[in-house]
Design a protein around this ligand. Structure first.
Ligand code: FMN
Length: 405
């Protein structure tokens, strides 16, 4: 239902942005962003796993000079954050990808443009500013189309190619099928009613597109038949990709190569062997394999296996600065933000995304200080207590005391 919007200054955390996005967006579109596949088990697992990790702070450490700097693929940046690639920004806010890119440039953090973007590669590069621009690739069943896309991204000047490997079949998003939010979208009576009940979105997003000449669509993806994207099956899915495919891409792509969607350390090692520069530990935000392990649970073993050879990033369930600090303590060089920024974008556009990133920065800074650290590089595994470790230490020392007595 239409309700009075809250001002930006009333946003104090990501949960506030989520509530504001829920108020502005049509019901089904909000669910499309917020929910996952089947029973949302993996979406919940990502959040629950962060909540189960506790901190073990150190004190009296003089943390009066703190910074959150890090180095990502050879670039200095002020925060260990980046914008994850997602399909819907252009449907949430007018030219949403550009709004995200400008906000990322404002804080000099990397922005990953999705294969499914409604903004062209060239337009994104023109948005300019500081912060790296990376392109995310879904392999298509038609390899020639994918090769053309890889070459196009290279010509456009993207520094890194992010190959998503965990979304090889179309996801089972039952709620979306029920509500009609399918790819490609169909205008049903239900969707029309929901849109009418969301006038701020209807006028501010869809209305602006109509005034500018038409609804958003995937612009760069070279479809076999652009008028009928699904004619040859879902073009963004390819269940035949293999390590050979990765090696071929490595040979073709001249820049940095990142693999997104790794949860097993053996796959992480194979990525490093194949000449990949970094991996993103990800379960696609719970959108594909329901019941997948939480990404923060997968991180420590992967960081142990390959952290000395390649950079390891994480996404999935980051809603607080303290989540970022937990991920860094467990071996992530940086984390990528999906829904946190989509909610901020949907509610307020570019200024909302900047505010969300600033809130996260404040939370990270306070957490770092409270742990007795001045730099991210000082964070270690001793700063966090994992669920299985909570009582183990106490029990062993208790036993020793009993023996001494
Ligand atoms: C609505 C939605 C669309 C997404 N689209 C893409 C995409 O086009 N390409 C991709 O690699 N990942 C996509 N993702 C996954 C994100 O890149 C990222 O892995 C995930 O959102 C991280 O979890 P979080 O949303 O809890 O931060 C999408 C996620 C959401 C929520």
């Amino acid at each position: 239902m239409c309700s009075r919007p809250l001002p930006l200054r009333a946003m104090h955390n990501i949960a506030d942005f989520e509530a504001a996005a829920r108020r502005r967006l049509p019901r089904g579109l909000f669910a499309y962003v917020a929910r996952g596949a089947e029973d949302d088990l993996a979406v919940r697992a990502n959040r629950d796993a962060f909540a189960e990790i506790r901190f073990r702070p150190r004190v009296l450490a003089d943390v009066s000079r703190r910074r959150l700097h890090t180095r990502i693929l050879g670039r200095e940046q002020g925060l260990p954050l980046g914008v994850a690639p997602t399909g819907p920004p252009g449907f949430l806010w007018y030219q949403g990808e550009l709004a995200l890119a400008r906000a990322a440039a404002h804080l000099a953090i990397p922005m990953i443009l999705s294969s499914a973007s409604t903004i062209s590669m060239a337009e994104l590069m023109r948005a300019g500013g500081e912060g790296a621009k990376w392109f995310q690739l879904y392999m298509s069943g038609d390899r020639a189309l994918s090769v053309a896309l890889i070459d196009k991204a290279s010509r456009a000047g993207f520094e890194a190619l992010v190959l998503t490997v965990d979304s090889i079949v179309s996801p089972n998003r039952e709620f979306a099928a029920k509500s009609g939010y399918t790819v490609p979208p169909k205008i049903t009576l239900r969707i029309a009613m929901e849109a009418l009940a969301s006038p701020r979105w209807l006028m501010g997003t869809i209305g602006r597109y109509l005034l500018a000449g038409g609804l958003p669509r995937m612009v760069d993806y070279p479809l076999p038949d652009p008028r009928d994207p699904l004619k040859h099956g879902i073009p963004l899915k390819d269940d035949s990709i293999s390590w050979d495919t990765l090696r071929t891409i490595r040979k073709r792509w001249p820049g940095k190569l990142i693999v997104k969607g790794v949860l097993d350390p053996r796959d992480a090692m194979a990525c490093a062997d194949a000449g990949v520069d970094a991996i993103i530990v990800s379960n696609h935000g719970g959108l594909v394999l329901d019941g997948a392990m939480a990404t923060i649970e997968a991180l420590p073993a992967i960081a142990d296996a390959v952290g000395q050879r390649i950079e390891v990033y994480l996404d999935g369930g980051i809603r607080r600065g303290s989540d970022v600090i937990k991920a860094v303590a467990l071996g992530a060089k940086a984390v990528f933000l999906g829904r946190s920024l989509l909610f901020a974008l949907a509610a307020f556009g570019e200024i909302g995304v900047i505010r969300a990133l600033e809130l996260l920065r404040g939370e990270m800074d306070r957490t770092l200080a409270s742990l007795g650290c001045s730099e991210l590089s000082e964070l270690t595994r001793d700063h966090v207590v994992l669920p299985g470790e909570r009582y183990a230490r106490r029990l062993s020392s208790d036993t020793r005391q009993v023996r001494r007595r």
